[in-house]
Design a protein around this ligand. Structure first.
Ligand code: GTP
Ligand code: MG
Length: 206
């Protein structure tokens, strides 16, 4: 995918702030610190478009990024970090439910998990939620560079098992550091838009 333009449209907390539904979107969900914002930067070849941080809880709003003026990526607020009040958790839940359950132009939600760790209860709940809303729930296992090559399959199988994934379900390992997995994710994103009847401008002009 050639990235001609990529920009933040809005950091939204309520529905009224969402951009129009005329442009298709895919979203990225996952535990705080799993690497959602880093993945968006990797896919868009931008170092600092989506703000990243080594301390969890950086993205607390729903951040909409416009790409090539054709489609959008949506960086969802992370869950599962310590020191969060009950009120904050409720606010997160309402915000996610408003977006995920009622967004007509949302074509897919990618679930990110850290390839090193056993998925948490919240990861499992999030994945089930994504599927229950009707999305495929494609899993992206981040921080691939943090494990040894020989350990990869073991970790991938563990995650698939813990999330009750079937042989039809897709898991893609990726590293924002080594950039491995990037093309595979783009291939899937492109397919998702195409399956939904969306034609990329670049393709049409070929
Ligand atoms: P929240 O905004 O808090 O929900 O977190 P996030 O999921 O957006 O995570 P973010 O992209 O900010 O990354 C968290 C930390 O993990 C940062 O220090 C990143 O540099 C690091 N990180 C993300 N992806 C990778 C990766 O593939 N490999 C390595 N080694 N570090 C990564
Ligand atoms: Mg973030």
């Amino acid at each position: 995918m050639k990235i001609k333009s990529a920009e933040i449209i809005i950091s939204a907390v309520k529905k009224e702030q969402y951009p129009s539904i005329e442009v298709p979107e895919v979203a990225f969900a996952g535990r705080s610190n799993v690497g959602k914002s880093s993945l968006i930067n990797l896919l868009l070849n931008r170092k600092k478009l989506a703000r990243t941080s080594s301390s969890p809880g950086k993205t607390q709003t729903i951040n909409f990024y416009g790409i090539n003026e054709e489609f959008r990526f949506v960086d969802l607020p992370g869950y599962g970090y310590a020191k969060v009040s009950k009120a904050h958790k409720e606010q997160w839940g309402k915000m996610m439910e408003t977006y995920l359950n009622h967004r007509e132009n949302l074509l897919e939600v990618f679930q990110l998990v850290d390839i090193r760790h056993t998925p948490t209860i919240q990861d499992k709940q999030m994945y089930e939620w994504i599927k229950s809303v009707g999305f495929n729930g494609i899993v992206i296992a981040t921080k691939l560079d943090k494990i040894k090559r020989g350990q990869r399959q073991k970790h991938i199988q563990m995650i698939k098992k813990e999330l009750n994934m079937t042989s039809d379900d897709i898991l893609i390992p990726v590293s924002a550091a080594s950039r491995e997995g990037k093309e595979e994710i783009w291939k899937i994103i492109t397919e998702i838009f195409e399956v939904n009847g969306f034609q990329f401008e670049q393709k049409q002009s070929l």
